[in-house]
Structures are given as C-alpha cells and as structure tokens.
Design a protein around this ligand. Sequence first.
Ligand SMILES: NC(=O)c1ccc[n+]([C@@H]2O[C@H](COP(=O)([O-])OP(=O)(O)OC[C@H]3O[C@@H](n4cnc5c(N)ncnc54)[C@H](OP(=O)(O)O)[C@@H]3O)[C@@H](O)[C@H]2O)c1
Length: 252
Amino acid sequence: MRRLFPGPERDDGAALDEAGLVEAYRLPPGRALRVNFVASLDGATTVAGRSEGLGSPGDRRIFRVLRSLADVVLVGHGTAAAEGYRPITGDSPVGRLRVSLGRTPTAPIAVVSRQASLDPGGGLVAGAASPTILVTCAAADASRRAALADAGVTVLVCGEDDVDLPLALDRLAELRHEQVLCEGGPQLLRAALTAGVVDEVDLSIAPALVGGETRLLGAALPGPVRLHPRQILEEDGLLFTRYGVGRQGPGG
Ligand SMILES: NC(=O)c1ccc[n+]([C@@H]2O[C@H](COP(=O)([O-])OP(=O)(O)OC[C@H]3O[C@@H](n4cnc5c(N)ncnc54)[C@H](OP(=O)(O)O)[C@@H]3O)[C@@H](O)[C@H]2O)c1
C-alpha cells in the first residue's frame, strides 16, 4: 500500500504496514461519523448482490483498521441482512488489532431499522460480547422492540415515524460511542448525508465497471454534497480515498 496524496512531505516512500494504516486512518478525539464503502469506477457497490466482488486484500485490511478504530459500527438492516453481519468477536483479526491498540476487544454493531426488522433469534443478536444495538423509531412494532430488548439488544428509539439520525448519534455518544463507523448501505448513506451528519467518506474505488447493481447513492440528494480529499492510498490498482465532508475539519 502506498500513499499518493498528500505527498511528498507526508510520505517517506515506505509501504504502509498495518501500523502505518492505523495512523493513516486515525481520527482526532471527539465525535465523528465516517462512512466506508467499496465501489466500482461507475459507482456500483455490489457484484451479484454482495460487496465482496469489488474488494481486495488491501480493502479488507482497511475495513479491519476502520473497525478497530471505531467505537461502534452503524449499518442499515438491508446491508446487515445481505452481508450476513455477525457481532465482532475478541478472537477475530479485528478483535486482536483492537487489543493491540489498547482498545476493548469488541465494539457493538448498531443496526438502523425503521421497522425493527432485526431477528431476535438471529446471528447478530446471540452471543454478542458487545450487545448489538437497534436504532429504530416509535412507529416500529412495540412487541418486536420488546422481544429484541428481551433478547439482549440495546434498543434506541430515536424519532417518531422515522429514525432521527442526529438524535441517534447523540444517543450513541451518551453510551460513549463517539467515533461511529457507518458501513452503509446506500439507503442509510443517503439518509445520513441528507441529515448532514457525515464527517468523512472513506471510499475504496475498484478498477472495474459493473453497471446495473446497487449504486452508492440510489436516489438524488437534495443538493450536491461537497467533499475535500484528505488522503489517497493505492494498492493493486484500487484507490483508497478519505474525503472530508463539507467543511475543512481536523485532520485535513
Ligand atoms: N460496496 C459496499 O461497500 C457496500 C456497503 C454497504 C452495503 N452494500 C450493499 O448494499 C445493498 C443494500 O442496500 P440498501 O440501500 O438496501 O442498504 P441499507 O441502507 O443497509 O438497508 C436499507 C434498510 O435499512 C434500514 N434503513 C436504512 N436507512 C434507514 C434510515 N435512515 N432510517 C430507518 N431505517 C433505515 C431500513 O430497514 P427496515 O426495512 O428494516 O426498516 C431499510 O429498508 C446490499 O446488497 C449490500 O451488499 C455495499
């Protein structure tokens, strides 16, 4: 993995190892929401319905580093279901990297679902060392919410008819989950950008044209969101970009 931008004053020419990647992606202390996606050059986020067809060993290393730096992983229910999400475990590569960074071995997965679609008996609920969080709203079926709470899920009701994402981030921060990694999917990304709560977009760009498939943003945003580049890394032809959203923040 090599750094293309910024350089050369931030580049000693050495390939970035795992410790270098951790520093390349570390955020300053405090609240932040960063999103991580892999997409083809034409903006497809899946091949045959899954993201893995676009990834690479480097992309998976960055995925692990971002999870290791995060206090919580926020994901839409569609992605959690399509990608077979499971809780982070302490004996996984992410768990070991977190421990090596002096962090708790696990971090919770927070699933955003207006309908509280999470399965109380499913693999994302049972045996989670950091209990899974459901981010939902008051309109979600009360008995479903109760069943999930009984199964050990931390249920956050944020909003009446729809999930209020700024409120959800406040509630997560109250639980000491300040640095939030959002892993998508496209519907959640669109909602987060529309709500103005995204601080950073970490987009891996795969050298492929896919067409069709799920796009990074399915529907138009109310207006263009301006991004400014913080960092571009490269490996195996993939570009690993970090963009700040809207305003110049700490770190770039
Ligand atoms: N390439 C990548 O990096 C990447 C990353 C993520 C996902 N993906 C792909 O994207 C596809 C899924 O796309 P998607 O757009 O359906 O995913 P999504 O945003 O994860 O899921 C949509 C569902 O999540 C819940 N949700 C999302 N945003 C919400 C909000 N603001 N408020 C309330 N509920 C919200 C709703 O669940 P309920 O219906 O339960 O209310 C909604 O039906 C999958 O094929 C996945 O593989 C690719």
